[in-house]
Design a protein. Structure first.
Length: 76
């Protein structure tokens, strides 16, 4: 019980630890070397890639499903 109370009291009121965010930003700047715009472009590409991938998989599956239905009709 004491550990839980200690955890609650140690919790910061901010949404994220500013020291951790600063450390992550520094490491990303070291890795990419070009500054924050590279991270912005990378995150934007990831955000746009997710729905585009879902749409592409859906279209591929719908084409396969339509081809399978056509072959079933030809058999019967």
């Amino acid at each position: 019980m004491g550990a839980l109370v200690g955890f609650i009291l140690a919790h910061s009121g901010e949404s994220a630890d500013p020291e951790l965010l600063h450390w992550i930003k520094e490491r990303l700047d070291q890795i990419f070397g070009s500054g924050p715009w590279v991270v912005v472009i990378l995150m934007t590409a990831i955000i746009f890639a997710m729905p585009l991938t879902v749409a592409a998989v859906y279209l591929l599956q719908s084409k396969r499903r339509a081809a399978a239905e056509m072959s079933e009709r030809d058999i019967t």
